[in-house]
Design a protein around this ligand. Structure first.
Ligand SMILES: [Mn+2]
Length: 244
């Protein structure tokens, strides 16, 4: 079984299209998985929703899908509000139907953050920059889930972590945004050091699950220009450099 896992697209249609073309060219993929944070950001949320809704893929929601939908009752953060205002009712109804986690096979769990919350990084400790959490902490965050492969997103930090339980915990990284600063629950930042879109291919082999992390070129200058045009100098910088 070979899974292509993409996550944290954040409305970056150019990065998404480049990654989907790359996956198509790889061939031999049994299932495409999308691990949440699909649209929020100052780019092209509606075009991204349209592309995702047309895919034959297993899709879960992230924290930003919840936050985007909550903009219906109260103003949200800048990125969620922009995506809320630039998507259709049909697209938002689709978001509302997405599950928070998915057991794709008896030995495969997909979640956005941890299995219990979409707001906590599964593999990282907050700081500037974030660091790798200990084996014990990651195992505790799995809350008894013992699947051989656990795939997440949320931190935008591609990782492959083998736990002492034998489980492989994989972060798909982010298709759409390679660096960011966040204030909650306390100030931290992530920076991957290049603007390339990230995704991962996970394969079940006779000796267990393996992960191949991929980096894909796309027109990040064009994406950066869209962010700048929409008043987000921070996103413009993050998109073109992969640094905060
Ligand atoms: Mn995200």
């Amino acid at each position: 079984m070979r899974l292509a896992v993409i996550s944290d697209i954040h409305g970056n249609i150019r990065a998404l299209e480049a990654v989907l073309a790359h996956i198509q060219a790889l061939g031999d993929i049994d299932r495409l998985v999308v691990a949440g944070d699909l649209l929020s950001g100052p780019l092209e949320p509606s075009e991204t929703a349209h592309a995702l809704m047309g895919l034959d893929a297993a899709v879960i929601r992230g924290n930003h899908e919840r936050q985007l939908l909550a903009c219906a009752s109260a103003p949200g953060g800048e990125s969620d509000q922009y995506a809320f205002e630039h998507t259709t009712n049909v697209q938002r109804a689709w978001l509302a139907r997405l599950p928070a986690t998915l057991e794709l096979a008896p030995d495969v769990l997909v979640c956005h953050g941890t299995p219990e919350t979409d707001l906590v990084y599964l593999c990282e400790e907050l700081g500037t920059p974030v660091t790798l959490a200990t084996d014990e902490v990651i195992t505790a965050r799995l809350a008894g889930n013992r699947q051989g492969l656990v795939v997440s997103g949320h931190s935008h930090h591609p990782r492959t972590v083998r736990l002492s339980t034998g489980q492989l915990v994989v972060n798909a990284g982010s298709v759409g945004l390679q660096a960011f600063t966040a204030e909650h629950p306390r100030r931290h930042h992530v920076e991957n050091g290049s603007p390339h879109a990230r995704f991962v291919v996970c394969e079940r082999t006779p000796t267990g699950w393996q992960a191949e992390q991929h980096q894909v070129s796309y027109d990040w200058d064009a994406a950066s220009a869209v962010a700048a045009r929409h008043g987000r100098a921070d996103w413009a910088r993050w998109l073109r450099s992969g640094r905060v």
